[in-house]
Design a protein around this ligand. Sequence first.
Ligand SMILES: Nc1ncnc2c1ncn2[C@@H]1O[C@H](COP(=O)(O)OP(=O)(O)OP(=O)(O)O)[C@@H](O)[C@H]1O
Length: 310
Amino acid sequence: MTTLSRRPAPAPATEPEPSGAPDPAPPVLALDGVRITDRATGRELVHGIGFTLTAGRTVGIVGESGSGKTLTCRAALGILPPHLAVSGGRIEIDGSDIAGFTPARWTALRGSTLGAVFQDPASYLNPSLPVGRQIAEVLRVKCGLTRREARHRVPELLRQVQLREPRLVAGQYPHELSGGMLQRVLIATALAAGPRLLIADEATTALDVTVQAEILDLLADLREETGLALVVVSHDLAVVAQLCDEVLVMRRGEVVEQGPVQEVLHRPRHPYTRLLLSEHEQYGLERLLGPEDPADAGTPTRDDDEEKVL
Ligand SMILES: Nc1ncnc2c1ncn2[C@@H]1O[C@H](COP(=O)(O)OP(=O)(O)OP(=O)(O)O)[C@@H](O)[C@H]1O
């Protein structure tokens, strides 16, 4: 696969330490104790979620429908519906608290730093324009490319998301493409301006298993090649097992379990995580998990601390 343009990592915020070791760049995304409340009803919908994401790493968020996964992503992207608000905690992008971001700052960040792909790609594309024109528009607005430069770059981007015959695809309308092709087009659009963070919210849910696996491989390749940081939201533990370094298990707005993916999936502590895992046994989740670290195999679980699932 060809290589996507890689944005240089942001310069450290401070001078190097006297030891000569430079300060590490701040995480691309950091959430700390984030709460989200419906201001119309006063109901808190997300009760404190936190994680830190650095370049080239992937955090997965799993959980049942309505557990708060999408709202968490929308909060990080600055696109919560107007009546919902971050009512506690902090969200930082590249070390800056988003609470102080102006609309202009968000506009500048979207595309160039942040990208997102959602479940239903067709609804994010204009049905009356060829997909290539829509990607070209992003390149012109976000990267300042001329019309001609953008036209030239579009097939390269489509090839990078492994669409065969990219020139042909660029001239096609959304209704002429399959779900998997549309999702690749959306990924190409999200990556057009070289973001360093991609949030994929149930991005493969509507696709059949083979296409889903191809898209997950594509995201993994992009992460390797460009240092992209990924947030992957899925109700499917197999997706998380395949792609993520860390996983958060959410239920009813709460994070019930969180940790390195191998640890959580090999030795789940919370009954709800166990329930999710048992539902996945039929899909052969073990195939996707690496071998258990023998050094940890004897670690006792915290059965005493467990809550009941319901
Ligand atoms: N626009 C909204 N206004 C009010 N409540 C909302 C809104 N969007 C979501 N909620 C509520 O917030 C909670 C979390 O919803 P969210 O969409 O984040 O769940 P989810 O885990 O992403 O679910 P799914 O897997 O079905 O997408 C749910 O109780 C939902 O009803």
